[in-house]
Design a protein around this ligand. Structure first.
Ligand code: PEP
Ligand code: MG
Length: 586
């Protein structure tokens, strides 16, 4: 732990999205495309600088050739031609000569010289109307990014830290997050993002504090600075003083004592005052969380986001995936584990699959669309999941379903996989449950058709809210509009619950709305009996459920139907929550 600082404190205030307090040094994740410093060099250093460039080019070349080989194996020559272009740019002798000239004549470091020259080429192509030439701009940008990264000697693929750190970044994407050494990360401080951005979701899963919308921190902070991150008050304090640290220590001790009370009954089932059982499950992103799930009091895993495992190791074989999934199923048996098939796309980008950037990734090749478009990848995952099902109770759930046709296609592929595996002598249990996420308005509106084809539905309100209100869940500027209590969102939820009841199948909620303590009365009033939340929230959600009665929740839901504004509905539900379990709001 860093020593209290003698320099003056400086405080930034943002939005708290994952609670807890951390005191550590920061590691600033630089944008991969930052302008390098224009460092001067002596004439004798010019040779060493050029050697540095050649070394970076050689590593980059190896990286691109590897990508090219992977593409050759999977998609034929069209995509691998892109990498051919990248290799040509990398080896362009004119660029190399111009860089060397600049280094030797202007006596500047090679990072600066290479960066400036590549920017000149990019500027010439940027904004051209010709689509082919515009694509070349992206090629140069991609190659430059790779070379600059290797010149800086950064192991950006897997940043390792010598000591525990608070990660500071402009934007923390899911791919960045999976590549961090999580055992050393004590918190996230991010300039962009929201409560439903995946960095926030992961922070809650890992039970570490996170604060988003901390504008200007990347510029002001340097790796090694000592900070205190307050995941409740939404503050980041540079150079915290002795007084500040002791004030926070006292606060933390009080919070721990309060938390102990809620935790006591976490392993007991949660039933309302009137006896309705509510299944409280866990949302999970990483295999290593199995132990945390067992300790949390979760009754099942309602959502395992498998794309994080994929982003950690995109080359995993079917055997490796079957072993990883199977390990989780075995560790948690007899609890049900609902694995969601890959929800890649949107902000969860696998660079190798997303060869062409999309203008609207959240409306593009995401979730089940990508899986159906890449049957090789999809089948590999489904086969691994079916094999894992031999070790316990497994549910398989399809993400980003827009209508029943996708469900039928996905089920047909699942059926083929089961037949293949059986023919190969694998033990495939017949009772695997198949489900669909309801997170696109078209899916909610046709939930009766979908419900007729699956064993369960799960409401993904993070996306359902964004797509219903047309408000990007990551965009700061429209964050005020992102309200899950919008009457339109609630109507879609009610419609889906009705469809599930009509078909006699289970329906739960796994979006972040399910963990909002102020909204639990409304959720129960809407008829939900299954809530899947971050492990850190399980005990509190169960505590809340035990203090509610279905009749008062249904009455509240009835009143909410007469309201016109999301804020009014939130206030109604919060009033019931505060009356029934005020201790959770202290
Ligand atoms: C959701 O959209 O609510 C959901 C659970 O999926 P994700 O947050 O992974 O998009
Ligand atoms: Mg979603």
């Amino acid at each position: 732990m860093p020593q209290p600082a003698t320099s003056p404190e400086k405080i930034w205030t943002g939005t708290a999205v994952s609670e807890g307090v951390a005191h550590a040094v920061v590691h600033v994740l630089k944008d991969q495309f930052d302008e390098p410093d224009e460092d001067s060099i002596s004439p004798e250093m010019a040779g060493a600088e050029m050697a540095r460039l050649h070394a970076a080019l050689a590593v980059t070349r190896g990286e691109i050739e590897e990508l090219q080989r992977a593409m050759d194996g999977e998609q034929g020559s069209a995509e691998s031609e892109i990498f051919e272009t990248h290799l040509l740019i990398l080896q362009d002798s004119t660029i190399l000569k111009q860089t060397e000239k600049m280094v030797r004549e202007q006596l500047v470091c090679v990072d600066w010289a290479y960066y400036k020259l590549m920017c000149k080429h990019m500027d010439a192509l940027r904004g051209l109307s010709d689509a082919y030439l515009r694509e070349r701009f992206l090629d140069i940008k991609d190659v430059t990014q790779r070379v600059m990264r290797h010149l800086r000697g950064e192991l950006l693929q897997h940043p390792m830290f010598d000591e525990p750190v608070i990660v500071v970044a402009h934007d923390l994407t899911p791919s960045d997050t999976v590549q961090l050494d999580r055992s050393k990360v004590l918190g996230f401080a991010v300039e962009t993002g929201s409560a439903v951005s995946h960095a926030a979701i992961i922070a809650r899963s890992l039970a570490i504090p996170a604060v988003v919308k901390l504008h200007g921190i990347c510029e002001a902070l340097h790796s090694g600075d000592s900070v205190l991150l307050d995941g409740e008050g939404g503050r980041l304090i540079l150079n915290p003083s002795m007084e500040t640290l002791s004030r926070y220590r006292t606060r933390e001790e009080q919070a721990e004592r309060r938390e102990d009370v809620f935790q006591e009954e976490r392993h007991e089932p949660a039933s309302t005052r009137c006896g309705r059982m509510i299944c409280v499950g866990a949302n999970v992103e990483f295999v290593e969380e199995a132990g945390i799930v067992l300790d949390s009091g979760a009754e099942e895993v309602g959502l395992f986001r498998t794309e994080f495992l994929h982003l950690e190791n995109p080359d995993a074989t079917e055997d490796e995936m079957a072993a990883a999934y199977g390990g989780v199923v075995r560790a948690l048996a007899p609890k049900r584990v609902v694995f969601r098939t890959l929800d890649l796309g949107g902000d969860k980008i696998d660079e190798r699959l997303a060869v062409e950037p999309e203008p609207n990734p959240f409306l593009g090749w995401r979730g089940i669309r990508l899986s159906l478009g890449r049957p090789d990848l999809f089948k590999r995952q489904l086969r691994a999941l079916l094999r894992a099902a031999a070790h316990g109770r497994v549910g398989i759930m399809f993400p980003m379903v827009s209508g029943v046709q996708e469900v039928l296609e996905a089920k047909a592929i699942l059926g083929d996989c089961a037949e293949e595996l059986a023919a190969e002598g694998f033990d495939v249990p017949p009772e695997i449950e198949v489900g669909a996420m309801i997170e696109i308005p078209s899916a909610a509106l046709s939930s009766d058709l979908i419900a007729a084809e699956v064993d369960f539905l799960s409401l993904g309100t993070n996306d359902l809210t964004q797509y219903t209100i047309a408000v990007d869940r990551l965009n700061d500027r429209v964050a005020g509009l992102y309200q899950s209590t919008h009457p339109a969102v609630l109507r879609l939820i009610a419609m889906s619950v009705k469809a599930a009841r009509g078909a006699g199948i289970r329906i739960g909620m796994c979006g972040e709305m399910a963990a909002d303590l102020a909204l639990i009365p409304l959720m129960i009033g809407l008829g939900l009996n299954e809530l899947s939340v971050a492990t850190t929230q399980i005990a509190r959600v169960k505590h809340a459920v035990r203090r509610l009665s279905v009749a008062e929740c249904e009455e509240l839901e009835g009143q909410s139907r007469k309201c016109t504004s999301p804020a009014e509905i939130l206030a109604l539900s919060r009033a019931v929550a505060e009356r029934c379990y005020p201790e959770l709001f202290e």
